[in-house]
Design a protein around this ligand. Structure first.
Ligand code: HEM
Length: 401
């Protein structure tokens, strides 16, 4: 009798199948059962779904490089790379040092008053309406406001920014539509033609474009300064919007956790980590091999495309007990990989955390519970786990509404 598992139907483990996009967690569980790394022939990718193995891939930047592309689409056909996410040391180190200081926790604290005021205004508007689409009415306006405060770039509208940020991600995934590339071009054209000329005197945008960052290390010749600013600006919108939409859905599904958070606002910081663990906004990030490598004892050939399935790592029972349950008191929630790890750890993590904390603080004070009022629609994005539409009623807390 053979011990070999029967072959799976072609495409069975493809994470980009529509059913897997709608509810990826059953597929992720099967992938973890398959072993540390599984080759998916339809997409020609190696899927790494386990927490420990994906963390090892992300930490080993010599074997698993970002310079050939950190998304599904390889960067090998392009002459330019996104300055942070698609570079490796020493280039990555030089660029990261130039932009890291403004992202220190103490620096980001300066944004707090503006971000908290934005949270109050956003929740005021939503409560005045009562029944809202949580995506445009609660989730998306916060990163729109926060990125303007952070960078100094004030886009023509929240919707334009949301569409541009979505396009950056979608242009690099299977089934990319030429429209996504056009939108990305429009974003860059706006940034160069209107955004940068309109920047205030002292802001992150000027620090990067005029001075080459804190160290002055960003090259003045070529597009490096512009693309560094664009990367930071557009990386922070769709991702944080996804987190906030997913959060409202999660608390609709787990009302006991909302009640607990309302009673224990000291848990809000941990709740943000738990929400990131529970539904990683970026389902996947990629690396490439240039020589043979291994993942948990599985040999990966040179020239392979390796997919760290971040969405699966948060549900790995070897790392998180009872992983399909949202638990705002979870002690190791903060060990999630939803913001990456090691040298490419999310640069904007303190900003995203501040935005989510401000929104949850305001909402827990003023909303007793969320009730679904219609069908929610998930985005077809194969990269970003987010909603396109999330109709909810905000039931005001007693007293102040
Ligand atoms: C909840 C919101 C966010 C999530 C889930 C998220 C997730 C991630 C992840 C997983 C990575 C690592 C990618 C890799 O290893 O290849 C990353 C990197 C990055 N993120 Fe975020 N991010 C968020 C918000 C932000 C914000 C607000 C900004 C900007 C203010 C930002 C800017 C960046 C940049 C520039 C990088 C590249 C860092 C590098 O390669 O050194 N992100 N993010």
């Amino acid at each position: 009798m053979s011990n070999v598992a029967p072959p799976l139907p072609p495409g069975d483990l493809d994470p980009y199948r529509p059913e897997a996009l709608e509810d990826p967690y059953p597929l992720y569980a099967r992938l973890r059962e398959q072993g540390p790394a599984t080759y998916e022939p339809e997409r020609d990718i190696w899927l790494v779904p386990g927490y420990a193995e994906a963390a090892a891939v992300l930490r080993d930047h010599r074997s698993f490089v970002s310079g050939d592309g950190a998304t599904y689409e390889s960067a090998l056909g392009r002459t330019e790379r996104y300055p942070l996410i698609e570079t490796d040391p020493p280039e990555h180190t030089r660029i990261r040092r130039a932009v890291q200081p403004p992202f220190a926790r103490a620096e980001i604290e300066h944004l707090r008053p503006g971000i908290e005021a934005a949270a109050t205004e956003i929740v005021d508007g939503a409560l005045a309406r009562g029944e809202v689409d949580a995506v445009p009415d609660l989730a998306q306006p916060m990163p729109d406001r926060a990125m303007a405060l952070l960078t100094g770039l004030v886009p023509p509208s929240c919707q334009a920014l949301v569409d541009w940020s979505d396009a950056v991600v979608r242009a690099q995934e299977p089934g990319a539509d030429p429209r996504h590339g056009e939108l990305l071009g429009a974003a860059l054209a706006w940034m160069i033609g209107e955004g940068i000329p309109g920047l205030p005197a002292h802001c992150l945008g000027r620090l990067i474009t005029d001075e080459g960052g804190t160290t002055g290390g960003l090259h003045a010749e070529g597009p490096e300064r512009l693309m560094t600013l664009a990367s930071i600006w557009l990386a922070g919108v769709d991702s944080t919007g996804a987190l906030l939409g997913n959060a409202i859905d999660a608390f609709t599904e787990f009302p006991d956790q909302w009640e607990l958070l309302r009673a224990r606002p000291d848990l809000i910081g941990n709740a943000v980590e738990e929400l990131l663990r529970f539904e990683a906004p970026f389902r996947v990030f990629y690396r490439r091999t240039r020589a043979q490598a291994q993942v948990g004892g599985v040999a990966i050939p040179a020239g392979a495309t390796v997919c760290a399935v971040l969405g699966s790592t948060g549900r790995d029972p070897r790392q998180f007990a009872d992983p399909d349950r949202l638990d705002v008191t979870r002690e190791n929630a903060r060990t999630h990989l939803a913001l990456g790890t090691s040298i490419h750890l999310c640069l904007g993590a303190p900003v995203a955390r501040l935005e989510a904390t401000a929104m949850l603080t305001e909402l827990t004070r003023r909303v007793a519970r969320f009730e679904r009022t219609g069908d929610a629609v998930r985005s077809p994005s194969g990269t970003m786990r987010k909603f396109d539409t999330l109709p909810v009623r905000l039931v005001p807390a007693g007293g102040r509404a």
